[in-house]
Write a protein that binds this ligand. Structure first.
Ligand code: NAD
Length: 347
């Protein structure tokens, strides 16, 4: 299979591309504009692999996209490229509108042109988020038919991008599918997001910033489980449908942070013999901070018998092990990009 991936140098994209080329022996062309979140070194393991091609390009550039489609003739597009950090969207919303809306519309146009010309068994898979549903305050779960109610410029731009994909599907019959996934974690996650931020701050013995009272709840999914779900949808998903992916484990931010501290207390105890929990610091809450996201995964379970392999304990352990082994990776990012004041921000 030939897969055109956008945003393959980001967190989920890197995990997905490595899996496709190495494990599944598919051909991948990766278009990435290498924003602050894109790291070409994530995929250096594929540098000499004939099944992997990198194009340094922007999804808003129709010429670049048309050329990539002509040269590569993909069977599938998996669209990860996005501006993805809620706090950055509050500070600088327009780049989110440009990439997530204009970029997605441009990619849809290029995909449509390609599909009309080749008429092959083409599929467009749009990777979106559960944040489009807004916040819940009770025990209910987001299903595929929950109305959209986004809160931040990030989630509003992703909601808009989902609607664009649905419109291209309904209006032009583009064979497209939308997936909405809960919070991911795992290897290669940029250290501004909660889990890598907390691991790295522990290892640097810096404060562990928690928004508000730390009670906000997210449904965490290990990144490999997300990649497996995407493969199922590419092979068996129904055109025009939406699928929710989630980890079936709603956990508060403070519980996640405590878990990371406990595992690190065991794996890499502080010299002072104090717990890493002593570094926890509560900071002013994010404006418009959604209280809770929780995904109902029964459609994926009933239709495809999919469920996440990792639970929070095993997934967090794997993630901590990766960050312990790959200190060079995150130290380089910290040196190059980090504005220290941003270290206090989470997703
Ligand atoms: P990320 O920020 O780590 O990576 C985004 C990638 O897209 C980067 O490599 C960046 O360089 C690239 N990119 C940005 N703008 C681009 C443009 N205009 N043209 C080409 N490339 C561009 O993001 P992520 O966490 O890997 O998320 C990937 C996708 O999954 C996003 O669409 C996000 O909304 C969605 N998602 C993420 C999560 C999560 O928890 N991380 C959860 C659900 C859905």
């Amino acid at each position: 299979m030939k897969i055109l991936v956008t945003g393959g140098c980001g967190f989920i994209g890197s995990n997905y591309v490595i899996r496709q080329v190495i494990k599944r022996r598919n051909k991948v062309l990766n278009i990435d504009s290498l924003t602050y979140a894109g790291n070409i070194e994530n995929l250096s393991i594929l540098n000499d692999n004939v099944n992997y091609t990198f194009v340094h390009g922007d999804i808003s550039d129709i010429k670049c996209l048309n050329k990539a489609f002509r040269d590569f003739n993909p069977d599938v597009v998996v669209h990860f490229a996005a501006e993805s950090h809620v706090d950055r969207s509050i500070d600088d919303p327009l780049i989110f509108v440009k990439t997530n809306l204009v970029g997605t519309a441009t990619l849809l146009q290029a995909s449509l042109e390609h599909w009309k010309n080749t008429k092959n068994n083409f599929r467009f898979i749009h990777v979106s988020t559960d944040e489009v549903f807004g916040s819940i305050n009770d025990k209910s779960l987001f299903t595929e038919s929950t109305p959209y109610n986004p809160s931040s410029p990030y989630s509003a731009s992703k909601a808009g991008s989902d609607f664009l994909v649905k419109a291209w599907q309904k209006t032009y019959n583009l064979p497209a599918i939308v997936t909405n996934c809960s919070n991911n974690y795992g290897p290669y996650q940029f250290p501004e997001k909660l889990i890598p931020l907390i691991i790295i701050n522990c290892l640097n013995e810096r404060p562990l910033p928690i928004y508000g009272n730390g009670k906000n709840i997210r449904d965490w999914l290990f990144v490999d489980d997300h990649c497996t779900a995407l493969d199922i949808i590419i092979e068996n998903g129904k055109i025009g449908e939406t699928y929710n992916f989630g980890g079936n484990n709603q956990t508060s931010n403070i519980d996640i942070v405590n878990k990371i501290c406990e595992i690190l207390d065991e794996k890499k105890p502080l010299k002072s013999s104090k717990s890493y929990k002593a570094l926890i610091t509560y900071v002013k809450d994010r404006p418009g901070h959604d209280f809770k996201y929780a995904i109902d995964t029964s459609k994926m379970k009933n239709d495809f018998n999919w469920k996440p392999k990792e639970d929070l304990e095993s997934g967090i352990r794997k993630t901590i092990n990766w960050y312990l082994k790959n200190e060079k990776w995150w130290r380089k990012i910290q040196k190059k990009i980090y504005h220290q004041e941003r270290l206090g921000l989470e997703n």
